[in-house]
Design a protein. Structure first.
Length: 397
């Protein structure tokens, strides 16, 4: 597919993709706030995202804009070691398992009070140097609403969660929305070597974020104002992959809606346009890298997704995931999956535009869960068993 090109302030050519169109049509944001699925990693150090700077605390008269950081230097003052090198986490397993992740008390800002919803920014942290900005958006007048977690492509930041139009759409019908971004994305990319980015550290990026979902759900349960029996997750691009894996790992997710998920890693890494121009692209085709991401392939885990309701949509015009990989994902989906393909982006927008993209998962959370699910061949609880690596030794970065 030919994508229009825009010129950023850094004079780096960026491809405007399908996810940017989602921002324009579903969030009312400009294209400059959303590079999309097919945005390529800049090859030069100067074009890498700058480390996130600490932001001031929210006052009662300010709208929510803070981003909580751990330390501006990115270095543990007690050890002198960069925080990311102190992470002890087993990314080969969908379960937290032996990972050394310790949740700290949440930092809750003053809610942003709109006509039909409230929006609260919460800082959550369980990993050295990696505080998450989590947006909790609650519909007004609803006691203990169901909730949907929203995770978009790695190239997207938190801007849509601060957009009132988006918040009205996702909370219409009395459903709460929980927004956050993936590891090594948006405000979470900081204090790292410039050559690192989401795909170069794919095992960490995906494994960490799957673990994040578990802790976010734990936090929501501790609040007492969310119906934890009706939890869904919507994901797009890399976020869709994480949503499927999280639904395989955590039975609290009752419905999962995946738009253009990545997967089938050997072919995806070889043929996807995402990162094709990265000078280190060929390193990701070597056995060591492939064995590291093999336990996190949605093609392996789709038959084991525990959610009663699953939807996968694929835009065949979007080039982030090659056709052969899309076919493998389709073949791996459980029979109960609602599966839709669109030949063009226009066809997708005609079908899912005007706010209808979010209707399916809201409706799914209103349905009673079936007493039993159809058994899948070789199904097992997601714990890393049967994966390409044994997952016994925590990955140390």
């Amino acid at each position: 597919m030919e994508y229009p090109r825009i010129l950023t302030k850094r004079a780096v050519t960026v491809i405007l993709p399908f996810s940017a169109l989602l921002c324009v049509l579903f969030c009312g944001l400009t294209a400059s706030h959303a590079a999309g699925q097919t945005a390529q990693p800049p090859a030069s150090r100067s074009s890498r995202p700058a480390p996130a700077a600490p932001a001031p605390a929210v006052s009662s008269t300010e709208r929510m804009e803070p981003r909580v950081t751990v330390d501006a230097s990115g270095v543990d003052p007690e050890t002198g070691i960069p925080y990311y090198e102190e992470i002890r986490e087993d990314w080969s397993s969908l379960q937290v398992g032996t990972s050394e992740l310790r949740p700290e008390p949440p930092i809750v800002t003053i809610p942003d009070d709109a006509e039909k919803f409230t929006r609260t920014l919460v800082a959550l942290k369980w990993r050295p140097g990696d505080a998450l900005d989590v947006y909790v958006i609650l519909p007004k007048g609803v006691k203990k609403p169901p909730a949907v977690l929203y995770l978009y492509n790695y190239s997207d930041d938190t801007e849509r969660f601060k957009n009132d139009g988006w918040c009205r759409r996702v909370t219409s019908g009395g459903v709460a929305a929980i927004g956050f971004v993936s590891a090594l994305s948006g405000q979470r990319f900081h204090d790292r070597p410039m050559k690192q980015w989401f795909v170069s550290e794919l095992q960490e990026s995906i494994g960490s974020t799957v673990h994040d979902v578990k802790f976010i759900l734990d936090y929501l349960a501790s609040r007492g104002d969310i119906d934890m029996d009706r939890i869904g997750m919507f994901g797009q691009g890399s976020g869709a992959t994480i949503a499927l894996l999280a639904a395989a790992a955590d039975s609290r997710i009752k419905a999962v809606d995946a738009l253009d998920p990545w997967g089938d890693w050997p072919d995806w890494l070889a043929k996807s346009v995402v990162g094709a121009d990265d000078p280190e692209h060929d390193n990701r085709l070597k056995p060591a890298f492939l064995s590291g991401v093999a336990p996190l392939d949605p093609v392996q885990w789709l038959p084991k997704v525990q959610a009663p309701y699953i939807r996968i949509q694929q835009n065949m015009q979007d080039g982030a995931t090659p056709r052969a990989c899309k076919d493998q994902i389709k073949a791996a989906a459980p029979p109960r999956t609602v599966f839709k393909r669109f030949d063009t982006t226009t066809a997708f927008m005609n079908d899912q535009g005007r706010g209808m993209l979010f209707d399916w998962i809201k409706d799914a959370l209103d349905k009673p869960a079936p007493l039993t699910l159809p058994l899948q061949k070789n199904a097992a609880v997601a714990s890393g068993s049967g994966a390409a690596t044994d997952g016994k030794n925590p990955v140390q970065r």
